[in-house]
Every structure is written in C-alpha cells, then in structure tokens.
Design a protein around this ligand. Sequence first.
Ligand SMILES: Nc1nc2c(ncn2[C@@H]2O[C@H](COP(=O)(O)OP(=O)(O)O)[C@@H](O)[C@H]2O)c(=O)[nH]1
Ligand SMILES: [Mg+2]
Length: 241
Amino acid sequence: MCRDCGCDSANQVAHFVQLVEVPRKLRLEQFVLAKNDRIARENRAWFEKQGMRVLNLISSPGSGKTLLLEKSAQFLRGESHKFKMAILTGDQEKDFDAQRLKAAGAEVLQLNTLSSCHLDASMIQKQLGIFVRPDLPLLVIENVGNLVCPAAFDLGESQKIALLSTPEGEDKPSKYPLLFHEAALIVLTKIDLIPYLDWSLELCEQHIRRVNATAPILHVSAKTGEGMERWFEFLKTGKTA
Ligand SMILES: Nc1nc2c(ncn2[C@@H]2O[C@H](COP(=O)(O)OP(=O)(O)O)[C@@H](O)[C@H]2O)c(=O)[nH]1
Ligand SMILES: [Mg+2]
C-alpha cells in the first residue's frame, strides 16, 4: 500500500499518516488494510453464496484493459445466459471507459475513486444486490490503472488478472512483483506491436517466472484478435487450455 499518494480510503487518514511517527504510520496502514480485508471477506462470501465468479483486472493505465473488455462483451453477447457479464470499471475521474463498454453492449457501471489510486472493497460492497446481481454471474472489475496499490487491496474477487502490454517493457513483473505474484493469470497484451519494439517474449516470461512460477500466460492482441480465443475460453470456463 502506498503511504504517499493519498491512497487510503479516507483522505483524512492519509493526511494524518503524514503527521505521526513511523510506528504509528505502520499501525494505521495495517488498520486500513485490515478493515479492507474484513469487507473483502464479506464480499467474497456474498459472491460465493450467489454463485458468482469475480475477476479483478489490474495493470498500468493504457495497457489495454478496456479494449480487451469491449471485445469480451461483444463475444459474450452471443453466448448463453450462464456467461452473462457485468463490468465495474474504475478510474479516478470521468466515465469514458463505461461509455466505450456500453457501446460494446456491456452492462457496466463506472466507479470514480477521485483522490484514491485503487478500488477498495467497500466501493464494491456498496453495489452488491444493486448493480452486482446474480443474474449477471460473471463480474469483471477493471481496476484503476496502477501496478502498485490495486494489488494490495483485496476486493473479494475470485481471481486477480494482471495485464502487461508489450510497450511497457519486459521487466515490470520484477519491478512490481506483488501484482504479478498474486495473479492467477497473466495476459500479455498488444502483441501485434512486437515487430516495432525491442521487446523479447523470452525475457518477459523470465521476469514473470521469477515472481510467479505457475500462472498461465496468455499472449493477445485485442486489436487484431490474435490469441483472443484462449482469453474467451478463460472467461467462460476459467481454463486457458
Ligand atoms: N496496437 C494495439 N493497441 C491496443 C491494444 N489494446 C489496446 N490498445 C490501444 O491502447 C490504448 C489504451 O487502451 P485501453 O483499453 O484504453 O487501456 P486501459 O487504460 O488499460 O483500459 C488504446 O488506444 C487502445 O486502442 C492492442 O492489442 N494492440
Ligand atoms: Mg480502461
């Protein structure tokens, strides 16, 4: 969790943290995370009771989360009821992503976090039984674009999915290990750009395997469609093979 960027759920707490001595800072940080974890456990129990699957998509801004979800919404429209998807999309401000996703046919709600750089469990809990409903049994959460704080805040999801786009370079899993360690699936996006970059798939996978030995790695281009069938299969079944 970041202590310097105002990422606590209450700004007053973030401001207060700056005023007190280090051990107290640590206690406050633990308090904020412990409170979030408790709400996340409640969310998880609610999702399990309703038979819902919840994916928390985390990556840098611009790595392709929304385009991947636009293509997913278009694909799932033709599928059976049991694959009906809802999307909660998080950004600090504006509803551009919700507009794009709605145009692609998605059931979507924009969450604006304002000063906060991540979604937290209470923001999700407020939507349970309202926007988040069991008649939409797959919930995908597009987290705020950020490789750090969203990884520390459990939302009650079934799985975290990390995206990494080729123009970001190969080394981000080693530099931001928590997200890539926690991810149940890692999606390498924008593979259509490889010919234009000094980017090595082998090196990128070495960085991933330093922090996560087992998560499946997908290679996709939401722009050209390459590799997307494995992503769609994962959305439907939870399996990538
Ligand atoms: N070439 C290419 N561009 C992509 C791909 N996926 C996303 N983009 C572009 O990257 C930019 C950021 O994508 P967006 O989905 O908004 O990323 P987000 O911030 O992670 O939601 C947009 O201009 C997309 O059209 C891809 O697979 N290939
Ligand atoms: Mg987006």
